[in-house]
Design a protein around this ligand. Structure first.
Ligand code: NAP
Length: 522
């Protein structure tokens, strides 16, 4: 398609007027055509009005209709795979294989939500029959289920240009819930966003859902992003990015007359603990697996392992092995200039701290390149300086030597909320393992046994969330079908006649879904 450089607003395109910006090839520094025209606050008003109107229709569509729409988006994206790959590789420096894999993941997610809607039980319908004869007061008939919350704003992630951007997990789960979506594009991959935006628009037309169900806006986060989150028609926000950005949006949402949830994924260092038995038994293999996870995708994953904690015995050989494997990796280009410079700054800051030594540092040769970095410190030094647990977004890790079991538990206890926590253990480590997992269960959304944190499976059992600052709400997941409830709220119908109830709650269960009736799963 010919890229136009304008927003998608209802059935039409934006006219801009609030400045323009171009994508930059992170390898060459070359500015790419076309220029992208930023929208201003007046567009926010129009887009939010359209979304609110669309909600009145879209929320009443059946699960089957919404499923058809999601499948149609996936089909339209499949049809433009080559265009996506051609533009995405140039805008992001991500290799072709990764682009294709991410496209596959994006379409898989859309179809998974379509399956969920067709099956229908996700609404968690619960029915308690009336008991008019109950003393001292009669019991009413109460029936409840999840309902869509209203228009949702989604901020595209820089590190997942497809799977957490225009038609990614947040958008798919919000559309599945029955919410219109307004996407704020990320400035580092506007062309990829436009191609996917056109695919979603085509599906809107093909499926006859209201035009306001989808919008894609180009412009600045601090102007249109903030204005969208402030707008009264908007009822929830999905965000993946920096801690500062997520926090700013949470504060804006909380300061509204009607505060709304911001489902933000922000920062994590995903600790990996190696217990003594495991270190002795397979230290070499753990070092290899760890460095593979650390350097995957130039470390630009929210689940990148930024802390590696092990005991004293055998630690120096282990540290040497991790450092030499990391030193043998090649530097590669990061997603954009901002991420590359933030990485180098974070590494420099960490190295300058008292008690931190550099064990390996692959120099970035050019432009927006980044190389693997392994730093070392002691548990005492780490516990004395809280900022050593700060995220260095990229292929850098801090190895912590914990003299004894108490020191290891102390490090675990000191951690902020994490997306993941990993423990390598053997049968010999049973006792300390139990104590450590007990602490880590309070810290992380996903506990990993003898594995590595990168690679987040999209499946029903997945949890991609964690206490603050990993995400804004440790009770949620942004990956997998359970993420749909972020964009819903519970509604109860009391003493309604059967014909006025939503189909899911009607007495003879016309959709045949699983429900809880009078306390028992049907
Ligand atoms: P970002 O700076 O947080 O930006 C993400 C999106 O939020 C952009 O669309 C941005 O708009 C918007 N935004 C940022 N601050 C805002 C504010 N105060 N008000 C309204 N909107 C705001 O993240 P990024 O560009 O993806 O990367 C920057 C850093 O974030 C990285 O170096 C890394 O440290 C961290 N990061 C972490 C993860 C993770 O999963 N842990 C993922 C990605 C990035 P504009 O672009 O228009 O400003």
């Amino acid at each position: 398609m010919d890229l136009q450089g304008t927003s998608f607003i209802g059935a039409g395109r934006g006219t801009g007027g609030a400045g323009e910006a171009r994508a930059v090839n992170p390898v060459s520094g070359e500015k790419l055509d076309p220029a992208y025209h930023a929208e201003g606050e007046e567009t926010v008003e129009a887009v939010c009005r359209l979304a609110a109107e669309a909600f009145e229709d879209y929320r009443g569509r059946s699960g089957r209709e919404k499923a058809t729409f999601l499948r149609s988006i996936a089909d339209e994206i499949d049809a433009v795979e080559e265009e996506i790959v051609a533009r995405m590789t140039v805008e992001t420096a991500l290799p072709e294989g990764r682009c294709r894999m991410e496209k596959g993941r994006t379409c898989f997610q859309l179809r998974l939500f379509a399956d969920l809607l067709e099956e229908g039980s996700w609404v968690d319908a619960r029915i308690d029959h009336a008991d008019p004869g109950r003393a001292p007061v009669p019991k009413p008939d109460c029936r409840s289920m999840w309902r869509p919350v209203g228009p949702v704003v989604v901020f595209c992630a820089s590190n997942f240009p497809l799977a957490y951007s225009v038609a990614g997990g947040d958008t798919a789960s919000a559309l599945a819930a029955g919410c219109p979506v307004i996407v704020k594009a990320h400035g580092s991959h506007p062309g990829t966003a436009e191609i996917v935006g056109a695919a979603v628009r085509a599906a809107v037309t093909r499926c006859g859902v209201p035009d306001g169900v989808f919008a894609l806006l180009y412009g600045s986060g601090r102007t249109i992003g903030q204005a969208l989150v402030r707008h009264p028609a908007v009822k929830a926000v999905g965000f993946t990015g920096s801690r500062a950005g997520g926090r700013a949006l949470m504060d804006t949402a909380a300061a509204r007359p009607e505060p709304i949830p911001v489902w933000a994924e922000m920062s994590a260092v995903n600790p990996v603990f190696v217990l003594p038995g495991a270190l002795q038994e397979r230290g070499e293999a753990i070092a290899e697996g760890f460095v593979g996870s650390l350097t995957l995708g130039v470390g630009q994953f929210c689940t990148n392992p930024g802390l590696l904690i092990s005991g004293r015995e055998g630690r120096s050989a282990f540290a040497e092995r991790v450092a030499s494997l990391a030193a043998g990796t090649a530097p590669a280009t990061m997603l954009h200039k901002g991420i590359a410079s933030a990485y180098h700054e974070a590494v420099d800051t960490m190295i300058s701290k008292e008690g931190v030594e550099s064990l390996a540092r692959v120099e970035a040769e050019a432009g927006n390149n980044a190389g693997a970095v392994v730093l070392g410190t002691s548990a005492d030094a780490f516990l004395a300086d809280h900022s050593m647990a700060d995220e260095m977004f990229g292929p850098a890790t801090l190895m912590i030597e914990a003299g004894d079991e108490e020191a290891m538990l102390g490090v675990a206890e000191s951690l902020e909320g994490q997306l993941t926590a990993t423990v390598h253990a053997t049968g010999e480590d049973r006792e300390v393992f139990a104590k450590l997992i007990d602490v880590l269960e309070r810290k992380a959304g996903r506990l990993i046994y003898n594995g590595y944190p990168t690679g987040v499976e999209v499946c029903h059992g997945m949890v991609h969330g964690g206490p603050v600052p990993a995400t804004s709400d440790g009770g949620s997941t942004s990956v997998g079908p359970r993420s749909i409830t972020r964009f819903t709220r519970l509604v109860c119908w009391q003493d309604f006649p059967d014909n006025l109830l939503p189909t899911e709650l009607q007495e003879d269960n016309p959709l045949g879904i699983s429900r809880i009736v009078d306390g028992a799963r049907s």
